[in-house]
Design a protein around this ligand. Structure first.
Ligand code: NAD
Length: 798
């Protein structure tokens, strides 16, 4: 064949990577594996096993033990026992272990890559050039965080034994994203890999032995979802870090709602890939190939929704089809393949069903027409799926909304940048987005408007240990990697309740004869910058500490909360206002509160029965707290990362959106402001439910808000039964985050009821906080709670 003909056909000869190394390793273990607990290998107590197969040919690779309750108990006990010593090591000592793990992984990288490809079906090109190098980078990077832990996170400490549950699409990479930060922070680990892909995790356990990691620091159990569920429900695991589907994420959140467990959820996605008319179209199409056909599209952040500007749509689709026709699908161990096998027949079936659904919905389908490899075991296709493109897709259709988790791209068009943003955000998910435009101003204008934890400008599927990764909305919460990822494995150092925090005994609200007072004397709700009567028309008595009637408050209900949420959404300009402006308004607020300090002091004394001195201290501390957040408003800035590429990643701290705040009874003014201030300093707008017995403090406060230029709708106050109103906020799908400082039952309810849209939630878990203690109740920890990090990747150079 002539060279020119080779260029024409782009024919490749087979370039197989040898499986021998991996087969030898399997043989050494007689293709049977137990669990790695307390530094030793052990079998399932029940004797139950399951198989792990090679998706490329359906052949069994090994027998894997299935962990039941007593196995999970043993693993957790080992992690619990090892925790105090591991935590007590110096950062440097832990850094040495992480460094040793990185070195060993590097030394065995080929074995890891081949084994991963055989167990998962992804191409060797990807495991060798992407997955394993990133795994190694994670351990090196986190060796650094271990070394610097004491100096970089002086106010924080390790959490305890943590449970980690990972999916099958990036088996070893997900392990590294979880294990490296957990160990660096001083936690011990029980990890469960996905049932389809346990092999590289088992090999990693061997590496842990080789480097002499102390027994019990890393424990591995294998098994299906039930094993994961046993971990989730284990009382001794202090955190669950989960990566997987949104449905399972919801179950986990519900199961842990009445516990103190910390939770990170890295869930699914339906990420937009936006091509503007001024994009470098050839680069964008190469990017698209990577976005949706990388790992057969089984990628949480796959660019599975193509949004292309109408003026170039035809050109893009035409070139895309030509490029798709050249994709190579086949043996994952062949070094020149673009796509390998789908993880399992059941997943292939799921993809097929969704594709059939797309056809039924009237979208036009175009599929790669090459020959798919045959299954070695059975006649017919192997576990492969052709690269697939849908055009003429309606934004509301099932294929445009559901995560297909396969090599299927759905495309839509837009006319203007605003329409692109609207379509991009028209999803319950919010994991990633890719923006293609040669106009950097346009790209950087669009990036902050996208509801996604990661935005790639003129690139896609970029990952690095120094850059956090994680979602908005139903894609979960918490970040993995980077500075922000370390906080997920740490908790603030505990401090007790100081003498300044006075426990107030709340006077029972009596139904008194005076309820007949006219509505006009009732302190109204505060919605959209205006005083509003409650929808119910009812009011509730508020009594003073001495039992006399202090006044009345509106008895807010579901409709009032709905109105308040709507008003909060209308105040979205607050999010994009400058931090300087927010700081100025907060200083003004402090000034105006101070002017009225006598009035607040008297109100607090009468309502709560604390001494005048104590009430004066509360007001004074509140003024100082406002100053703190005025100061932080323009100082909680992001970071600039320099990942190993020609470019930067900007870690931006963004507000969450509309936050619901349910405030406690203690120190009613101070506690309310301690929750309100970080929220608004960060640019969120809020719907605030004040303490029921002391709500008059909040209704007095809206007069301060009115005189301080806080824009309408930024702070909305709905009084009434806080538990009931908290429930309404928890269920409201247009509330993005919820903070509840209440009883244990209220906190549990809030967690359970807010899984609908996976609200970012913080609760006090029914424990009383000391609102006078700056360490517990003010500062950056609260600013972090009020924000989510978006990482914007910007490559540069020609
Ligand atoms: P999955 O939710 O079915 O399983 C994930 C893990 O959870 C597995 O180990 C499984 O055994 C375990 N599990 C299942 N049921 C459980 C239960 N009730 N309690 C505890 N554990 C349970 O997801 P999957 O099919 O393995 O993975 C695909 C999903 O993962 C996709 O939705 C994808 O988007 C998501 N994902 C997200 C990220 C991210 O970082 N956001 C990364 C990779 C994958």
């Amino acid at each position: 064949m002539k060279i020119i003909e080779i260029f024409e056909t782009m024919e490749y000869s087979p370039a197989p990577e040898s499986p021998d190394l991996a087969l030898e390793w399997l043989k050494e273990h007689k293709s049977k594996f137990g669990f790695f607990i307390n530094g030793k290998w052990c079998k399932a107590k029940s004797g139950k096993v399951f198989s792990t197969n090679n998706p490329a040919n359906g052949k069994k690779l090994a027998s894997i033990s299935e962990a039941g309750k007593s196995d999970v108990d043993s693993a957790v006990s080992a992690a619990k026992l090892a925790f105090p010593k591991w935590k007590a090591l110096s950062g440097h000592e832990r850094a040495r272990y992480l460094y040793a793990l990185a070195r060993q992984l590097q030394k065995h990288s080929r074995l890891f890559a081949v084994l991963e490809t055989m167990d998962n079906g992804k191409t060797i090109r990807e495991t060798r050039d992407i997955d394993i190098p990133l795994v190694i980078r994670h351990f090196y990077h986190h060796a650094g965080w271990a070394q610097l832990l004491e100096s970089e996170f002086p106010e924080h400490m390790a959490i305890g034994p943590v449970g980690q549950i990972i999916p099958w699409n990036f088996p070893l990479l997900m392990l590294s994203w979880k294990v490296a930060p957990a160990l660096a922070a001083g936690n011990t680990v029980v990890l469960k890999p996905a049932e389809y892909t346990p092999l590289t995790a088992l090999l990693f356990a061997e590496i842990c032995s080789q480097v002499g990691l102390p027994p019990g620091v890393f424990n591995l159990v294998t098994g299906p979802g039930q094993t994961g569920s046993l971990m989730v429900n284990h009382p001794d695991l202090k955190k669950i870090a989960f990566t997987g589907s949104t449905d399972v994420g919801r179950l986990i959140r519900e199961a842990t709602a009445d516990t103190d467990k910390k939770l990170t959820l890295e869930l699914g996605g339906k990420s937009p890939f936006i091509i503007f008319q001024d994009a470098d179209l050839d680069s964008a199409i190469e990017g698209l190939v990577d976005a949706i056909w990388f790992n057969q599209g089984q990628v949480c952040c796959a660019g599975s929704r193509l949004l292309v500007q109408e003026s170039v749509a035809e050109k893009v689709i035409d070139r895309l089809k030509k490029r798709m026709a050249k994709l190579r699908v086949g043996d994952p161990l062949d070094k020149s393949m673009d796509m390998g096998a789908i993880i399992a027949p059941i997943q292939k079936e799921r993809i097929q069903n969704l594709v059939d659904q797309g056809k039924k919905e009237g979208a036009a389908i175009w599929q790669w027409e090459g020959e798919l490899p045959q299954n070695a075991e059975k006649k017919g296709d192997g576990c492969y799926f052709p690269p697939t493109l849908f055009t003429n897709v309606s934004p509301a259709s099932i294929i445009a909304q559901t995560e297909i988790f396969g090599p299927v791209l759905v495309s839509m068009t837009f006319r203007t940048p605003d329409e692109a943003v609207m379509l991009a955000n028209n999803s319950a998910y919010g994991l990633a987005a890719s923006v293609w435009s040669e106009n950097i101003n346009q790209a950087l204008h669009v990036a902050p408007k996208l509801k996604a934890g990661v935005v790639w400008i003129n690139c896609t599927n970029q990952f690095d240990a120094s850059v956090g990764f994680g979602g908005y909305r139903e894609s979960g919460y918490g970040r993995e990697g980077g500075h922000e990822g370390m906080f997920e494995y740490l908790k603030p150092k505990e401090s007790g309740i100081s003498k300044n925090q006075i426990r107030i005994s709340v006077t029972k609200v009596k139904a008194s004869a005076t309820t007949a007072l006219s509505l006009d004397r009732t302190a109204k709700l505060y919605i959209g910058g205006k005083q509003a009567r409650p929808d119910s028309g009812y009011s509730l008595d508020v009594v003073n500490a001495d039992g006399s009637l202090a006044g009345e408050i509106g008895d807010g209900n579901r409709k009032d909360i709905r109105n308040a949420v709507e008003a909060a959404h209308k105040a979205s300009g607050w999010q994009s206002s400058t931090p300087h402006l927010r700081a100025q308004i907060l200083y003004f607020l402090a000034e105006n509160l101070e002017t009225r300090s006598l009035e607040f002091k008297n109100r607090i004394t009468q309502l709560t029965g604390v001494t005048e001195k104590q009430a004066a201290l509360e007001v004074k501390t509140a003024v100082s707290r406002i100053f703190t957040y005025a100061a932080l408003a323009d100082k909680h800035e992001g970071l600039i990362h320099q990942p190993p590429m020609r470019g930067l990643a900007l870690a931006l701290n963004e507000p969450i959106g509309v936050l619901g705040l349910v405030c406690p009874d203690e120190a009613p003014l101070l506690s309310m402001l301690s929750m309100l201030l970080p929220a608004i300093a960060m640019g969120n707008s809020v719907v605030l439910v004040p303490s029921r017995p002391f709500a008059l403090v909040a209704t007095d406060f809206y007069q301060v808000l009115e005189t301080s230029d806080v824009p309408s709708g930024v702070v909305n106050i709905v009084t009434g039964d806080s538990a009931k109103l908290g429930t309404v906020l928890a269920k409201h799908d247009d509330v993005a985050g919820l903070w509840v400082a209440g009883t244990r039952t209220e906190c549990t309810e809030a967690c359970k009821l807010s899984t609908g849209n996976m609200k970012i939630i913080w609760t006090n878990n029914g424990k009383q906080l000391d609102w006078y203690d700056n360490q517990q109740s003010e500062g950056r920890e609260w600013m972090r709670r009020a924000s989510q990090v978006k990482n914007v990747w910007i490559p540069y150079g020609e």
